[in-house]
Structures are given as structure tokens and as C-alpha cells.
Design a binder for this molecule. Structure first.
Ligand code: IPM
Ligand code: MN
Length: 355
């Protein structure tokens, strides 16, 4: 008997439910094709739910999610909820509680997708960013002194544990080894200024790196990394970095690979579950208009299949997405695709059925 996966679905707010519906449509098509069985558990958390009930997320749900094979997330964020509440209460809470210590963001330009980079194409733009996902400035260490007075002080500290850094680096080296034949890992840091945090990162990088003699080790400061991502993206194979720098550089990554219509990411515990998402956010102005690009959510499903070890199914999804981009879509942008959101999902699902 093949395994039956139990998958969570957290569609969330705004355009989240629309794009997740297309992701699930494609999942169904590929599951039929590849003989994959799965059950879905739907969660209703998000801004809408919070405004209605006052509940952000509940611990029973988090405990249930811990045992799931994977979760597909749409978007969390609501214009009527103060910034920080849902981000910290749902997204960061899940990353920390489920110890999803890897944030994996492929930056891959598919043939037929426009990039803002002049004279760069799919040959040049194809790398993965591995962002540490549970520590650094995101750990929430620090506080206020004399808040609201003229003498107030705000301290926000970056937490970098040897264990946390090492497990992230080890994952990055392993990922780099099996990704392709380039085998080059770039540590992105700021060793010239953050002389404690990135001293630890750099030492750990070279110590762990001794176990990976087949992998070329490279280093770039974060500001230079931003520059090279725009000027010479072909220099990168895998980039590993801390939480804050990873957050920033992956937005550049999303833009050079064609924008939020296609960019997906995974929050992963390599020994456990993972949450996979289109990284574009809830896009309130497009909500309910059937105009947003669901390919990012479909690529999140592709990443989820990789995490489950269903590499053949993942490949079918990626090929279908490439086919839809090349044969059908006029643009990656909302309203400009030449098709509606659900039609794009149909095209991708059909491409899988006809593959
Ligand atoms: C991301 C997002 C989140 C982050 C926000 C929404 C908390 O920007 O996943 O990159 O900063 O990590
Ligand atoms: Mn971000």
C-alpha cells in the first residue's frame, strides 16, 4: 500500500484562497498521474478569522500541524489588522514552534519569463537561497527602556547559536551537493561590521565545510550580494545566510526571477514537516477578481512534492508550469496573463494530464 500523506491547507487571506485552490487543482492532477494518495486538513486562520473571533491561532492546531507531512499556505495579512500581529502570531509562530529552521527560496528564471535584468536569461539566473529561519534578529530578543519618553531606548538583538548556525550550514552544504554539478556555496554575511555574529557564521562555515571538500566555498558581504545578484547572478549556485539578510535578498531574488507571480518558498524542518507558500502576500487589491497569477502557489506545491520525496511528481509539475509559461501566458503579472487565475490552474492541470 502506498503511503497516504496528510497535508494541511492554510489558505489565509486576500488572494490566498484563490491561488491555493489552483495549487490543489494541480496537486490532484499530479497525484492521479503519479499514484499519490493524500488527505487534506483545512485551517481557517488568518486576518479574517482573527477579526471575527479574536483568535490568532490555537496550540492544538499547531500540535496537529507538527505531525503533518506538509502544509500549503496561501497568504496571511489583512489591511484592517495592525502590522505585526498576524506575521508574528501565525507565520513566525509556526516557523518557531515547528522548528522550521530552513527557508528555501529558489531563484530560477524560466524560459519565456521577463526579468528586469538586462542581457540576463535562464542560463544566468538559477540559484537557491537558504535562509536561517528561526534565529537572528527574528528571535525577538531585546526590549524597550523608558518607552514613550524622550530617553527611550530600543534594543533588538541578533541571536546566533552555534547549533542553529551549524544545522543551517550543514543543510546548505548537503543541498548544494545534490543540486547540480556546480557545487558552489556562498556565505552571505557582514563580517566587516557584525564581527560577533558573522565571526561565528564564518568559523562554522569553514569548519563544517571541511566535511565537504567537493564544494567550493565562497563569501560575499550582504551589500555586495545585492549588487552581484543584479549584476552577475550567474555567479551564484547556493547562497546561505541569516534570517534578516535572507529576508531582504530573497525579495531581490523574486524580482529577478520574474516577480511575485512565480516566486515560491518553503519553510522546512529537514527532519519533519514543512510549510510551502507563494511568497507574494495577500494582495488585497486583486482579491476576488480572478486575475492573480497562481503559478507561485503551483510552484509551492512543486516544492512540497520535493520535500515529500515525490521527485517524479515534482518534475511533472515543474514541466507543466514551464509549458504554460511558454505556450500560454502573455505575462506573469496579475491582469496581464491573458487568462484568469482559475484558467491558468486548468492549463497547468491539463498539461500534467496530457504529459
Ligand atoms: C517573508 C515575509 C515574512 C518575513 C514576514 C511577513 C514576517 O516577509 O516570509 O519573507 O519577514 O519573514
Ligand atoms: Mn520577506
Amino acid at each position: 500500500m502506498p503511503k497516504t500523506y496528510t497535508l494541511g491547507v492554510l489558505a489565509g487571506d486576500g488572494t490566498g484562497p484563490e491561488v491555493v485552490a489552483e495549487g490543489l487543482k494541480v496537486l490532484q492532477a499530479v497525484a492521479e498521474r503519479a499514484g499519490i494518495r493524500y488527505d487534506l486538513i483545512h485551517y481557517r486562520f488568518g486576518g479574517e478569522h482573527y477579526l471575527k473571533t479574536g483568535e490568532i491561532i490555537d496550540n492544538d492546531a499547531i500540535e496537529e500541524m507538527r505531525a503533518l507531512d506538509a502544509v500549503l499556505l496561501g497568504a496571511i495579512g489583512h489591511p484592517d489588522v495592525k502590522p505585526g500581529i498576524l506575521e508574528k502570531g501565525i507565520l513566525l509562530n509556526l516557523r518557531f514552534s515547528l522548528d522550521l529552521y530552513i527557508n528555501l527560496r529558489p531563484v530560477k528564471l524560466y524560459p519565456g519569463v521577463d526579468t528586469p535584468l538586462k542581457n540576463k536569461g535562464p542560463e544566468e539566473i538559477d540559484f537557491d537561497v537558504i535562509r536561517e529561519n528561526t534565529e537572528g534578529l527574528y528571535a525577538g530578543a531585546g526590549g524597550f527602556l523608558k518607552k514613550g519618553t524622550a530617553d527611550e531606548i530600543a534594543v533588538q538583538e541578533s541571536i546566533n547559536t552555534r547549533k542553529g548556525v551549524e544545522r543551517c550550514l550543514r543543510y546548505a552544504f548537503e543541498h548544494c551537493r545534490q543540486r547540480n554539478q556546480r557545487k558552489k556555496l556562498t556565505l552571505c554575511g557582514k563580517t566587516n561590521v557584525l564581527t560577533y555574529a558573522f565571526d561565528l557564521w564564518e568559523r562554522a562555515f569553514h569548519e563544517v565545510g571541511e566535511e565537504y571538500p567537493d564544494i567550493e566555498k565562497d563569501y560575499a558581504h550582504v551589500d555586495a550580494t545585492c549588487m552581484w545578484m543584479v549584476k552577475n547572478p550567474e555567479w551564484f549556485d547556493v547562497i546561505v545566510t541569516d534570517n534578516m539578510f535572507g529576508d531582504i535578498i530573497t525579495d531581490i531574488g523574486a524580482m529577478i526571477q520574474g516577480g511575485m507571480g512565480i516566486a515560491a518558498g518553503g519553510n522546512i524542518n529537514p527532519q519533519g514537516t514543512g510549510i510551502f507558500e507563494p511568497i507574494g502576500g495577500s494582495a488585497p487589491k486583486y482579491t476576488g477578481k480572478n486575475c492573480i497569477n497562481p503559478l507561485a502557489a503551483i510552484m509551492a506545491v512543486q516544492m512540497m512534492l520535493c520535500h515529500l520525496g515525490e521527485s517524479q511528481a515534482a518534475e511533472l509539475v515543474e514541466k507543466a508550469v514551464m509549458k504554460v509559461i511558454q505556450n500560454d501566458l502573455k505575462s506573469m503579472e496579475a491582469n496581464k496573463m491573458g487568462f484568469g487565475t482559475s484558467q491558468v490552474g486548468d492549463l497547468a492541470a491539463d498539461a500534467i494530464r496530457n504529459a
